[in-house]
Ligand binder design. Sequence first.
Ligand code: HEC
Ligand code: HEC
Ligand code: HEC
Ligand code: HEC
Ligand code: HEC
Length: 184
Amino acid sequence: MIQKVFKWLISPLGRVALLIAALAALSAVIWGISLTQKTPAQPIDFPHKRHVAMGIQCLYCHPGAARGPSSGLPTPTKCWGCHQQLAITKTSALLPPLVAAVENGAPLEWVPVAQVPDFVQFNHRPHIASGLNCENCHGDVAKMNVYENPQVLNMGWCLDCHREKSAGNPELEKKLLDCATCHY
Ligand code: HEC
Ligand code: HEC
Ligand code: HEC
Ligand code: HEC
Ligand code: HEC
């Protein structure tokens, strides 16, 4: 029996079948990896573009960014401040989850997209204090609908900018490139 299978596998048809199986396995792996990179489904497709175009500041909805480690996301109550008065809230197909969250006093379960692992210490405050804009790291959010990271937020990305910003300043170089600055 095993010999029969083996003979079939090395026959031309068997080889084609093997190739197809290998390609299928490979594409399954690639698909799996792409899932971890893709923007996840959010409870509401929140259109950044349209809100920023109205002149609402990033810090109105993400006030923590200037103050500390975490920017924070707006609560349903904050959305409701505007949306309870808007006709679009009743007619929009996107907004029933907001109405339900307000009625039930429940949060909206936004899926984090801009995120580094727990063993990395990131703090917004020193970055904003040094004059960086949200756009330097998050891309042109004013043009986005659902938020997507413009790049992978990995160690090489942090270090590239830290190297660039500290070039020629040994003290800053030591601080910004030291492992303990980001891992402790
Ligand atoms: C400062 C007022 C304001 C705040 C705060 C606000 N919105 Fe809006 N939102 C609007 C206005 C005005 C529109 C309609 C804009 C347009 O027609 O382009 C809108 C449109 C939307 C739409 C598009 C609806 C559709 O069907 O086209 C969604 C979804 C939405 N808002 C969700 C939210 C969520 C979720 C929050 C809280 C995180 C929020 N908004 C906070 C004013 C606000
Ligand atoms: C009206 C409120 C509002 C305004 C104004 C707003 N955002 Fe947001 N932002 C949200 C909400 C709600 C989410 C969560 C939904 C999502 O990730 O798509 C979010 C998500 C994000 C995220 C991803 C968060 C995560 O958990 O991964 C980033 C980064 C971000 N916003 C940056 C910005 C920047 C930069 C601006 C200004 C150009 C801005 N936002 C303006 C409401 C707002
Ligand atoms: C130097 C790069 C950098 C700049 C500048 C920056 N961010 Fe971030 N942002 C990050 C990183 C990295 C994370 C992931 C942090 C984590 O997982 O702890 C993040 C996370 C976020 C999140 C996710 C939720 C949270 O609570 O942290 C929001 C919202 C956000 N940033 C908004 C902003 C806004 C608004 C500005 C401008 C005022 C801004 N960021 C400026 C790098 C930056
Ligand atoms: C676009 C440039 C840029 C990127 C990207 C960036 N940083 Fe920074 N980072 C800076 C600047 C500028 C400072 C402030 C330097 C100073 O003190 O003047 C800073 C300061 C810091 C500090 C505070 C150091 C201290 O002790 O004062 C930490 C921690 C830090 N960054 C972590 C990170 C991490 C983690 C990432 C990646 C997830 C990251 N940074 C990505 C530019 C950047
Ligand atoms: C400016 C911030 C920063 C500095 C400085 C830094 N790291 Fe990291 N490190 C990160 C971030 C962000 C990640 C998570 C993302 C990733 O895996 O690239 C990480 C991940 C890691 C990991 C896990 C790797 C993995 O593949 O999951 C190790 C190990 C590590 N760092 C070691 C170091 C060592 C050793 C140093 C000093 C030579 C150092 N780091 C300096 C930001 C930093």
